[in-house]
Design a protein around this ligand. Structure first.
Ligand SMILES: [Zn+2]
Length: 158
């Protein structure tokens, strides 16, 4: 899977200042460091994994960044729409800097991978069927918002 699998826009590389501003968020050093670690990973890291990645980082302020800070920062970034929080069945909460809708596969070891874009598009299109959505909304009396799809993979049978 290449980085071009999903369009992350102009913030995929480097300066996040404009991106943060667009989301009404002050660009603090800690937010910048946490976001960069998340956006630079294709592995849907947990808060702990991000903490491990940034705790020795000089830019984070010589080890002054705590796990609690990472949690709080991820919470803020999620609330402002800069990343998504992904709950996996029976697993830890993971984070995704790619905020457009795409389908995931949960591997048997609990890791989470993006479905290749063409396959993801086909899966999402199947669910994003306007007639289907309209019927769901009518019958359940709800408004469908974001759609999250996780396919749970099993070990392939030999
Ligand atoms: Zn993803």
């Amino acid at each position: 899977m290449s980085d071009a699998t999903h369009n992350q826009g102009p913030h995929a590389h480097g300066d996040h200042r404009a991106l943060f501003a667009a989301h009404g968020l002050r660009c603090t050093r800690q937010r910048q460091v946490v976001y960069a670690a998340l956006a630079g990973s294709r592995e849907h890291p947990t808060a702990e994994a991000i903490y491990d990645a940034v705790k020795g980082c000089a830019e984070a302020g010589d080890g002054t960044i705590s796990l609690a800070t990472v949690y709080n920062t991820l919470e803020t970034l999620t609330q402002r729409g800069l990343c998504r929080k992904l709950a996996t069945p029976g697993g830890p909460t993971r984070f995704d800097a790619i905020t457009d809708e795409h389908a995931h596969v949960v591997a048997p070891d609990g890791s989470l991978v993006d479905l290749p874009e063409d396959l993801s598009d086909r899966v999402m299109a199947g669910v994003r069927n306007p007639e289907l959505i309209a019927e769901i909304e009518k019958r359940l009396g709800v408004k469908v918002g974001r759609i999250s799809i996780h396919l749970s993979a099993q070990e392939a049978a030999e």
